[in-house]
Design a protein around this ligand. Structure first.
Ligand SMILES: N[C@@H](CCC(=O)N[C@@H](CS)C(=O)NCC(=O)O)C(=O)O
Length: 209
């Protein structure tokens, strides 16, 4: 059995799909449709009880949820591709720091930005939730830019799985042009990831190219 990635074009599955491609790991991509009311179909809720994409079916049949965990697992289990510093490598700590930072802050902020109605029982709050999320997202990326070092990648010269994840999140910004104008370093990182020969077709399939 190979890996199966449950995905939706342009969703958080894009980073995992790109990493699978970069690692040259045989896999299928199963697009998860939405029902007319926007919900996920019942067969998918049985796979991922939060009804979110991505989910990853492992070759042993087990299911993994949480995109950052998938990135860590896939990069670690295919070490020859060099997409993650090894367990005892000096860069390992910063690698984990940025992957978790991105998943726990920027991704979560994006969800508030794009689904503000889910963050209050009162629909009147949605515009204010969205406005705050937009400001928070800019701050999340300001911090990344300040702290990441000189680049071009998060860990310096070498691309890692964390860069693919970061690039996906930059592309979800509500002001990509403004983000890149303020932070040329983040723009350079994005362009290096997006122009990678294995990432490019995945970005295109996901409407990000
Ligand atoms: N923490 C999860 C978040 C996944 C997530 O929120 N995915 C979004 C798409 S980017 C989703 O499927 N939302 C459910 C919906 O659209 O109804 C992860 O990192 O995998």
């Amino acid at each position: 059995m190979t890996f199966s990635l449950y995905a939706r074009p342009g969703a958080g599955s894009a980073a995992v799909e790109a990493l699978l491609a970069v690692l040259d790991v045989p896999h299928d991509v199963i697009d998860v449709p939405k029902e007319a009311d926007g919900s996920a179909p019942a067969w998918y809720c049985a796979i991922n009880p939060r009804a979110e994409v991505p989910s990853l079916r492992l070759p042993d049949g087990g299911i993994m949820t949480e995109s950052a965990a998938m990135m860590i697992h896939l990069a670690d289990s295919h070490p020859s591709a060099g997409m993650a510093p090894g367990l005892t490598a000096p860069a390992r700590a910063q690698y984990l720091r940025w992957l978790v930072y991105l998943a726990a802050t920027a991704y979560a902020t994006d969800l508030r930005l794009y689904y503000p109605d889910r963050y209050s029982t009162n629909p009147v709050h949605a515009p204010a939730i969205k406005a705050k999320a937009s400001a928070d997202l800019a701050r999340d990326f300001d911090i990344l830019d300040q702290e990441m070092g000189t680049g071009p990648f998060l860990l310096g010269d070498r691309m890692s799985a964390a860069d693919i994840y970061a690039a996906m999140l930059f592309s979800w910004s509500d002001d990509v042009a403004g983000l890149f104008a303020r932070h040329p370093k983040l723009k350079r990182l994005y362009e290096a990831v997006a122009s990678h020969a294995k990432v490019k077709p995945v970005w295109q399939r996901n409407g990000m190219g």
